[in-house]
Design a protein around this ligand. Sequence first.
Ligand SMILES: N[C@@H](CCC(=O)N[C@@H](CS)C(=O)NCC(=O)O)C(=O)O
Length: 210
Amino acid sequence: MPKLYYWPATCSITVRVILEETGLSYEDEAVDLGAKKQQSPEFLKVNPKAKVPAYLRDDGSLITEVPAIALWLALTNPDANLLASDYETRVRTLEIFDYIAGTIHMQGAARAWRPGSFSETEAAHDAIRARGKDIVMRGLDILSQTLGDKDWLTGSYSIADASLFFIEYWAREKVGYQMPANIEAHYHRMLGRPAVQRALAREGLVVPAF
Ligand SMILES: N[C@@H](CCC(=O)N[C@@H](CS)C(=O)NCC(=O)O)C(=O)O
């Protein structure tokens, strides 16, 4: 059985939502980021990058990086319809996914959430947090334009929506940002999906009221 290494409400939840959408059976193992378990010798043997998510396949090989794991799951579970088959929509899906993972998460949310990773000088942390919030809010504005009045980012539900869900959950429930109205509506649509509800439950998180 494949295994997901995760920590609740972090970017590994994107993979968990996608896994739940596929209906695959999988095991999971929590890596306590608060206790720095990602740096433990045991976990470094699994993933030398010291990050979650990490996805261990049945053949014993590991995939890291959220977009790569998501792509693997979408391509190997075509019945779940998580990635369009036409090349144009496929490329747009990855374009959005990479923007969320590479810019909104790694440049924005990472600064806002863990300013200490960017400077050891505590006096600089408020400014780093503010810069992170700016990047996240600008990113959500761009995605708001991409979404427009559609239900899903690329027209039909895809791995890109699962990726946005992580940012939405974090922005709304962890840091209380005010999101654009259509992104808020997208978040509510995501919360209505049984796969998302199962994902939250498996991480011990309460489904927020929507
Ligand atoms: N680019 C990586 C980012 C992974 C990442 O930053 N994961 C965070 C949780 S959201 C983590 O494990 N942080 C622990 C640390 O940085 O020490 C991906 O797409 O998987």
